[in-house]
Design a protein around this ligand. Sequence first.
Ligand SMILES: [Zn+2]
Length: 231
Amino acid sequence: MEDSPLSRRRLLWGAAGAAGTALAAVGLPRLMGPGEKAKAAPPRPGHKGPVAAAGPPAARRKDPSVDYAPAVWIEASESNYTASERPEAYPIEYVVIHLTTDILPVMFTKFKDPAERVSAHYMISATGTQIAQCVRERDVAWHSGSVWYNHRSIGIEHEGWTDQPVYTDKMYEVSAVLTATICAKYDVPVDRDHILGHVEVPLSTHDDPGTAWNWDKYMKLVETARRRIRT
Ligand SMILES: [Zn+2]
């Protein structure tokens, strides 16, 4: 159907690429092989505690690097996350799974709008062919509705709707490798106590990822990917 969310999404991905975000050039993310690790951010000595939430200093704003090599950097507004120095400032103990309930270009616009007060670390397209990082893992994205969980988690948004699961096997696979990589990097157990749906965050007012999200399939993929990553 011409006006289906997927058609609109494709159109808008193209428009975003034309606007210079380089999205169109991303292609298929490379899955991690045995012994491989995602590129970690270079250590920055001298930071020992929580950093004030006033926003990143100038040097950080100019840093376009990603924590996960297959991702492209599409930066959220500095007003939409809390600058931090995790995992030293706060342990990273959870991965929170979201559905966007909107097409990704709309989400990027929201993340870039200082008035929205919302962000996530990663965005994955329904096709699984696009991964964007919008907030560095060391920083606190505002995605779960809980300050406590935000400080201790990585948030991953997936393009989809709780009542309209347009996402693909490829999206599950790509997301599972990302989650497994995060679990390996921060020693997060691969179980449902630590890999949560947004709906499972205490006092959450959201219902994503919804009943159509296949947790059994997803967790098996995360377990398989995690075994392939040596730590
Ligand atoms: Zn959510």
